[in-house]
Structures are given as C-alpha cells and as structure tokens.
Design a protein around this ligand. Structure first.
Ligand code: 5GP
Ligand code: SF4
Ligand code: MG
Length: 473
C-alpha cells in the first residue's frame, strides 16, 4: 500500500503481553492493544496459548478492524502477546504484520517487537534459507535456530532467547511466548518504553509499551522493564535476567514529546506533565506578543497549556481534529486532496479572526503539515501566526524505531531557522532547546537526542543512505 499523502511520518509500534493462569486472555489483549493503537495503525495481531496449542491471528488495519467476536473466541488460552504495527523496516504488507510464528519441533514460538534493529542485515547473512528480512522475522529465526540446537532442554525458548538476544543491536522491546510462558525483553539502551504490571487478586502479570495499556486492563503498575533486562513469566512467577553487557540508558526523548499517550507515565514521569513543562520552558525561551495560544491537537495541547500559563496569554481552541479519518486504505480523489489538511484539522474562525495567534505544536519533521496549517489559520482570519515548537529542530534520521525518512526530507537539515519560518509562512518561529527539553522531562536519566544533535548513542547501519543530504530546494 502506498503511503497516504496525509500520513504523518512513521511511529514506533505497540506491544502487549499477558500471563494470567485462571482466565482467557484474548479479550484483555484486545483492550490492551486498543490503548496502544496510537503507536501503530497499519496492522494488528494477537497470539495466545492454552498450554498446548498456540494460535495467531493478525491482519492489516486497526485493532477494531482486525478482531471481532469470532476471531477473539478462536484465540484460546491464558498466555498471549499482541502487537500494533507501523512499519519502520520492511514493506507495508501482510507478511510483515506481527506476531510472527515459528514451529520448532514441539516448540511453538510467537514473537512481536517494537523498535528497529540496526544489524538486521548482518544477522540475516548468518541465517541461510531466510524467508523474510524484516527484523522481527530475523529475530524469530535466530531464536528458532537456537531453540533447535538445544531441543532436549525443557527451558528451550528461555535459554535460546538469553543466548541469542545479546547479538541484537539497536532499539527493541520484545514480547515472545511459547505454549506456556511469556518472555519480555528490552534492549540495553532502553530506547523504547516497556513496563510490567500485575493483575488484581494475583491473577497474573502484564507487560506493555505504555502504562495506559495497564490501566485499561486493570493492572497495577509494578515497574519499568529495565534496559537490557529479560523477564520470563510463567507458573513460577516473574524471573529477571540481564544477558547484555551494561550500557548507559538512552531513552527516546520523542516518546515524551510526541509518541506516548499523555496519560502514560514513563519512569515515574507523567508524559502530560512533561509536555506542559516543555511549554512553560518554551515560553521562557521564545516569548511572543500575541492574543491567543492555540494548540495543534492533540499532541500540541499540553505544551500550549504550559505556554499559556507561563506567558499569561489566554489559551483557546482554534483547530479541531477529526479523530476518525485516521489511516485510510482509500486513496483520496482530487477533491479530497485539495481539501488537504482539512481532512484532519478544521479551524474555528470565530476564535481566530483578528487575533495574533501563538500556534504550538510538538515537532516539525518535513514541514509540510505545518505550512498547510499556517495557511489554514490565516485563511480563518488570524492576523499573525507565531509558531512555537516544543522540541528542538529535527535534523537527523532516527535508526531506533521511528521512520522519519532520510535527511533530504527533514526541513531543519536543509534550512536555517529563519528560512524555515519563511518557508512555512510564520511571522515568527521558536524551537525549544535541547537542554530545555531534557530538563523538562526531568527524570535525571540518560536520553537519546540523536535526531536533534546527530549524536547516535548506539551503532547505526554502516551502509545507510538515510544520512545523505541531497535535497534540491
Ligand atoms: P510536518 O510539519 O513536519 O509535516 O508535520 C509535523 C506534525 O507531524 C506535528 O504535528 C507532529 O505531531 C506530527 N507527527 C506525525 N508523526 C510524527 C512522527 O513520527 N514524529 C514526529 N516528531 N512528529 C510526527
Ligand atoms: Fe528518539 Fe530521536 Fe533517538 Fe530516534 S533518534 S530514538 S526519535 S530521540
Ligand atoms: Mg501533532
């Protein structure tokens, strides 16, 4: 499927896993995935097992499109994993939906992950007869071969994962299972979030990309899965392993800026509160003379609230998001294309006319959305548009799970700040500083800021042409 012209750049995926010995888990996985829908709308999948038979159902589309009562009823058992996908590597096709499944003798393996391996090509070279080069298939195949080598071992999958996982480089949060146990793992940099929760009445355990998914299934937050940690969850409870050499954690700052749900907490920090602090700091770093602070919904809302609070400029709605247009399989015709951005955001002229507006958004990647938005806000009657962005200029491609394309597509890699202002048609522009961002997150831990600074905290693929800068303006 071609990328829809209104599609935003790629995003990280969502993963969910559950072990709950006294109940059928597929409905809980369904609800968990629905809380992670924002992390990937391209495909969804669930694998469950009753201890003997492992079943997988996956397809293209939203969680609610992929699953219905009969398909959930067919997913029997007390242990399971689920996934929502947005492609970061590999084409947008059914074969790349997850969980992936492999049968090795008596062992059924299902696996799903969020993130992006940076050494997929090297790993793939070592596996002959590989059917697919998507990183989840490469991981599954590596693990499957290790299971095969130690087949007589009762702890086959567990040992295989512990043996193979240190060879995986890059960003990944992984959930895997065999017929009877759930395994969760996080790369040693801890780029992407993964947390552990406990179901009430000792009904079992849950792992999820975000705490919002724990809330939805009534699980109590226990802790983050640590960077470099592997958890094995089965009848004997939760066991923890650390098979990786120790690395300094570098958590993705964009989880706080844009990806994660505002009602998620990461490492004890509320994402919503962090976004508000970014807005406060942004107002200090880049004040504006204006009448109204208007967020670009939804991700710009908390930062706009913080900006308003700090600046004393009233906060008001100027744009309404159409939540239901989403990712569509329908190619838009010319009429809809001409409507452009209005399919997703429509202005409220009554609030904009004659006003000097501070337009607050979380990020500018390609600049095309922002440019259209400014035109829209002006056409609705705004006198001035002062753009304030609650993250620093996005200048470098991400290799750790967010597909923002190569450098030629990144506006801040190709233009100076005042050129960006002119290109998008703003009266003024201000970006949050890197220090301002990290201090607004404020949990004192290490962060990845590679897309802002070019300082990559973990190896990146050697032959990548993503770093090329050949844009012709
Ligand atoms: P642009 O002006 O670069 O075309 O679009 C910027 C908008 O895209 C922002 O509102 C931001 O919230 C949204 N956006 C959508 N997907 C992504 C993504 O994967 N990363 C980032 N940083 N922003 C995204
Ligand atoms: Fe996050 Fe940017 Fe690092 Fe990618 S490069 S992990 S988007 S901070
Ligand atoms: Mg946005």
């Amino acid at each position: 499927m071609a990328r829809h012209p209104l599609d935003p750049p790629g995003e990280a995926c969502g993963v969910f896993g559950i072990y709950s010995p006294r109940q059928r888990v597929s409905p809980l996985i369904y609800f968990g995935l629905s809380a992670l829908q924002h992390r990937g709308q391209e495909s969804a999948g669930i694998a469950t097992s009753d201890g003997n038979l492992l079943t997988v159902h996956r397809d293209m589309g939203l969680v609610a499109q992929v699953f219905d009562e009969p398909s959930l009823a067919a997913l029997d058992g007390h242990v399971g994993i689920g996934h929502t996908r947005y492609s970061t590597t590999g084409a947008t096709v059914w074969e790349n939906s997850q969980p992936v499944h492999r049968q090795i003798g008596d062992t059924s393996l299902a696996l799903a992950h969020n993130g992006n391996l940076t050494n997929t090509a090297e790993l793939a070279e070592g596996i002959d007869g590989l059917r697919s080069t998507s990183d989840s298939h490469v991981m599954a195949e590596s693990i499957a071969r290790a299971v095969e080598d130690g087949r007589s071992d009762a702890r086959g999958l567990e040992n295989a994962i512990l043996e193979v996982i240190p060879t995986f480089e890059g960003a990944f949060c992984l959930v895997a299972m065999d017929q009877g146990r759930l395994i969760a793992a996080r790369d040693s940099n801890g780029f992407r979030p993964l947390c552990l929760g406990e179901l009430p009445d000792e009904e079992g355990y849950v792992v999820a990309s975000e705490t919002a998914a724990l809330d939805l299934v009534g699980a109590r937050y226990v802790r983050e899965v640590e960077p470099g940690e592997v958890l094995v969850i089965d009848a004997s409870g939760v066991r923890s392993f650390h098979p990786f050499p120790k690395t300094n954690p570098t958590f993705c700052v964009f989880e706080y800026v844009y990806f994660a749900r505002p009602d998620t907490r990461i490492g004890g920090v509320s994402v919503h509160a962090a976004r508000q602090r970014m807005g406060v700091r942004l107002a200090r770093e880049h004040p504006a003379h204006a009448d109204l602070v208007v967020p670009v919904p939804e991700s710009g809302i908390p930062a706009a609230q913080g900006f308003s609070r700090q600046s004393g400029i009233p906060y008001g709605d100027g744009l309404v998001k159409n939540r239901y247009v989403g990712r569509t399989f329908i190619e838009p015709n010319q009429l809809i294309r001409d409507q452009g951005i209005r399919m997703k955001l429509n202005p409220i002229p009554e609030n904009l006319v004659g006003r000097r507006v501070v337009l607050v958004d979380d990020s500018i990647v390609r600049g095309s959305t922002t440019r259209k938005l400014i035109r829209l806000v002006r056409s609705a009657g705004a006198d001035e548009v002062h753009v304030r962005i609650s993250s620093p200029p996005y200048r470098w491609p991400c290799f750790y799970g967010m597909d923002t394309g190569d450098r030629s597509t990144l506006i801040a890699a190709n233009m100076e700040i005042d050129e960006i202002r002119d290109h998008i048609g703003a009266d003024s522009i201000g970006y949050l500083s890197v220090d301002g961002l990290v201090e607004s997150i404020g949990n004192g831990e290490g962060h990845c800021t590679a897309c802002l600074t070019g300082e990559y905290p973990a190896p990146i693929p050697e032959d990548s042409d993503k770093l090329l800068l050949e844009k012709t303006r």
